[in-house]
Write a protein that binds this ligand. Structure first.
Ligand SMILES: NC(=O)c1ccc[n+]([C@@H]2O[C@H](COP(=O)([O-])OP(=O)(O)OC[C@H]3O[C@@H](n4cnc5c(N)ncnc54)[C@H](O)[C@@H]3O)[C@@H](O)[C@H]2O)c1
Length: 255
């Protein structure tokens, strides 16, 4: 049995709250019925307490808290997250390493999305939108090794499209002799068609980790996530898709 969180995106939560710092503090907050404990955290706590591997496909804060990582390590339960890297961010994690390899400096990256499914509707809520923008924005600077000041991520609910999500990316680049260039990407995708196979693969990897006796963050599954959990608390995850794939394949063939 594996639990994968596929519920609606929850409001953004600051992960450094005192309730989340240790398992004891988290359980005290649970007993006190604290509003700091959100639904996704409750599901994660329940799964990890029972030794059931847990994957977070959503941007919601759940197992990616020190308290719940402590629980996962204590019960020897694999955990992975967060936010499935399916469309625009997946493409970003392919293009950004290529720009870095060719020393094309990214001066700005404007990413916009329209989608009309229920996820899009949930993202009309400002708190939930903030969660999604955070995970979608997190990886670019890490891959490039410098801060892209003008990295803009915009997500709009647009009902006529349903699950047919459209993403546009405009990248402003500077090349040799300071010459400016642009790249435009228009991805007309199907949100759920990209997501469903990933959710299955995450479940399979978590199950494999459990059978191999591995507890705690399954960093080797980073290829599936926008904001991968790391084994070392606070460490920078690998975000480039091709390197993430190599890490996963090496892990699968290791045993
Ligand atoms: N390409 C993708 O589809 C994709 C990619 C990355 C992440 N995600 C994330 O996956 C999640 C699901 O996306 P979706 O398109 O299937 O959304 P959706 O709105 O179609 O489905 C979410 C479901 O969760 C249910 N739900 C809400 N709160 C719940 C709770 N506390 N407990 C149990 N169920 C609850 C809702 O009733 C709804 O049926 C979202 O957080 C989304 O951001 C999706």
């Amino acid at each position: 049995v594996v639990v994968i969180n596929l519920a609606s995106t929850e409001r953004l939560v600051e992960e450094d709250g005192p309730e989340y710092a240790t398992l004891a503090a988290f359980e005290a907050a649970l007993d006190a019925d604290s509003p700091a404990i959100g639904p996704a955290m409750l599901y994660a706590y329940t799964a990890l307490s029972a030794g059931i591997p847990y994957g977070n496909f959503t941007p919601s804060v759940s197992a990616d808290l020190p308290a719940l990582v402590e629980l996962a390590l204590r019960t020897g339960t694999p955990v992975a997250g967060k936010d499935g890297k399916t469309g625009q961010t997946m493409i970003k994690s392919v293009l950004a390493p290529a720009f870095k390899t060719r020393a094309l400096r990214v001066e700005g990256w404007f990413s916009t999305n329209i989608l009309g499914n229920r996820d899009g509707l949930a993202l009309s809520n400002a708190g939930s939108l903030a969660s999604k923008v955070k995970t979608k924005s997190s990886l670019l600077d890490d891959i490039l090794g410098y801060e892209v000041e003008d990295h803009i991520v915009d997500i709009r609910y647009y009902k006529p499209r349903g699950d047919d999500k459209e993403a546009w990316d405009n990248v402003d680049l500077r090349g040799f002799l300071g010459q400016p260039m642009q790249l435009k990407v228009n991805f007309l995708c199907k949100d759920s068609i990209l997501a469903a196979p990933l959710a299955i693969e995450i479940a399979r990897c978590l199950d494999l980790a459990k059978r191999r006796g591995l507890g705690g963050p399954l960093e080797e599954a980073s290829v599936f996530f926008k904001m991968p959990m790391t084994r070392e608390p606070g460490a920078k995850p690998e975000n480039a898709l091709h390197r993430q794939e190599a890490i996963l394949l090496e892990w699968i063939s290791r045993f």
